[in-house]
Design a protein around this ligand. Structure first.
Ligand SMILES: [Zn+2]
Length: 503
């Protein structure tokens, strides 16, 4: 019997009647292309196609045939199917080994194949672990996960079904071929690393109509227009809004004071969107303080800067009003995204000093959101020895020293010796803060935004000098002010909506 080599990459070149590439000639060309690309074997549909493909490629062929008229099992289900595939010179034959209704019993087919054609390898196409248990006594040469997700009883299986591979190798030594819903090279590699002996990819390589559709789906929300987006940034003090183009250039902007109740904040947000949104605008982004569940657009933990803000379903509220699903993200994430967008810095930290302290982390070009949107909530790291109570309920959060509130109370517009002491104290804590975070994240750039740039370059030099003192580093030039202006968060939110929240 022929064998497939370990870690083989198999390309399934199939087109059924009704598909645009149906026909011998196309499938032969597709198979040549697969071999040229390095495929170790071809899975080929229909005996007449197998025969032609065999003439032009040197790699092994797994032959199958399909009978879509059958209600249950339909892949190579009869002795006649087997005869035809053997005559076409298939090296392996795959049989539908699901426990669905079938024209001829499986044991009979196995017996027939094994006794009449002992040199042909048998591949058992299955849908779940119970299929595998049924088939083990019949001793197929390989088990393929091809039909996971395609039978009534496997419709809810994960996709791709790595779990099934792991389940199979636990109960049998028969090598497993991973097949079904593997769309990317990474997924194919993962299948092997989950225990598969070989891996088969079909649609992602050989069905251009589906490949086109995948691209198209990802671009489907782009309409025949200028790609404008409205971004709203709900801060502790101001609620700001912008209308931007795809480059983040502001076409219009406005702001209102952030109201004191959640209800008013929402109504202001909706009014701002209404005011800024043109007829051509199909993208909306909302930035808010607090932890935001990026997937659901719900405000999770919020520090109490806006009362009754926790649990507000911002995405649903906006969608209901404008019939557009918005991106909702943490305000500092949005600001740091805009900074990343402008500077192309893939590893950076943004500290926004506002009513509180916000943090936005870009790591390897992606926003660090964490499991529940708490990623980057750096203001609530505890500064040793600090005894001030924080709005989050903890004692000693660094936010109680570094926030704009603290600056306003102790430094802004004040003069005298006492103020310099406060500036030094502030710089020391900020330097400690940056050093701590750098040890965790190793970013290339640290941007200080929010109100901090208003305090001038001398203030920044103080922070840099403090950093050099405590970190034993000679250079602190990676610390800079962010000079993107007050609309950075709103612009970031708008751009994120165009980028589907990804970078
Ligand atoms: Zn706190």
């Amino acid at each position: 019997m022929k064998t497939l080599k370990k870690n083989a990459f198999i390309v399934s070149c199939q087109a059924e009647e009704g598909e645009p590439l149906f026909g011998k000639e196309t499938m032969v060309k597709m198979s040549i292309a697969a071999q040229m690309g390095g495929a170790d074997a071809i899975r080929s549909l229909y005996p007449d196609v197998v025969k032609e493909v065999k003439n032009v490629v040197s790699i092994p062929i797994i032959g199958i045939t399909k009978n879509r008229n059958l209600k249950g099992a339909f892949i190579t289900t009869t002795k006649k199917d087997i005869d035809e595939l053997v005559q076409a010179k298939a090296d392996f034959i795959a049989l539908d080994c699901t426990r669905r209704e079938r024209p001829e019993p499986l044991p009979e087919l196995f017996n027939y194949l094994k006794s009449k054609y002992p040199n042909i390898g048998i591949i058992a196409d299955i849908a779940d672990i119970d299929d595998v248990k049924n088939i083990i006594p019949l001793k197929p040469d390989y088990i393929a996960t091809t039909l996971s997700g395609y039978t009534d009883y496997s419709i809810n299986r994960p996709c791709p079904d790595y779990e099934l591979i792991r389940e199979i190798i636990k109960i049998t030594d028969i090598p497993v071929i991973a097949e079904g819903n593997l769309s990317t090279p990474l997924e194919a590699r993962k299948a092997i690393l989950n225990g598969a002996y070989a891996v088969t990819v079909g649609t992602a390589i050989t069905r251009p109509q589906i490949i086109t559709q995948r691209f198209k789906e990802y671009l489907a929300d782009f309409q025949d227009d200028e790609l404008l987006a409205v971004g709203i940034d709900i801060g502790g003090t101001w609620t700001r809004g912008v209308l931007v183009d795809r480059f983040g250039i502001i076409k219009d902007s406005d702001k209102v004071r952030t109201a004191s109740t959640g209800k008013e904040v929402i109504s202001n947000m909706l009014s701002l969107i209404k005011k800024l949104k043109t007829e051509e605008t199909h993208f909306l982004g909302v930035a808010s303080g607090g932890r935001i569940d990026f997937k659901t657009g719900v405000v999770g933990f919020s520090t109490g800067l806006i009362p009754d803000w926790k649990g507000v379903g911002l995405a649903d509220i906006v969608e209901k009003e404008f019939n557009i699903r918005p991106i909702v993200d943490n305000d500092a994430n949005c600001a740091s995204y805009f900074q990343h967008f402008i500077t192309d810095e893939d590893n950076m930290l943004m500290i926004t000093v506002g009513t509180g302290i916000g943090g936005g982390i870009i790591n390897d070009g992606r926003i660090v959101r964490g499991a529940k949107g708490g990623g980057g909530e750096i203001g609530h790291i505890i500064y040793p020895g600090n005894t001030k109570e924080c709005s989050c309920g903890k004692v000693g959060c660094v936010e109680t020293i570094l926030s704009g509130r603290y600056l306003k109370e102790n430094i802004y517009g004040k003069e005298g010796k006492e103020v310099y002491k406060k500036i030094r104290e502030y710089s020391k804590v900020m330097a400690w803060f940056i050093d701590t975070l750098k040890a965790t994240l190793d970013f290339d750039k640290c941007y200080l935004g929010g109100v901090l740039p208003n305090y001038g370059d001398e203030f920044l030099e103080n922070i840099k000098n403090s950093f050099k003192q405590i970190s034993n580093e000679k250079n602190a030039d990676f610390i800079n002010y962010s000079d993107l202006g007050e609309f950075a968060g709103a612009r970031g939110a708008a751009l994120l909506s165009l980028h589907k929240g990804e970078i």
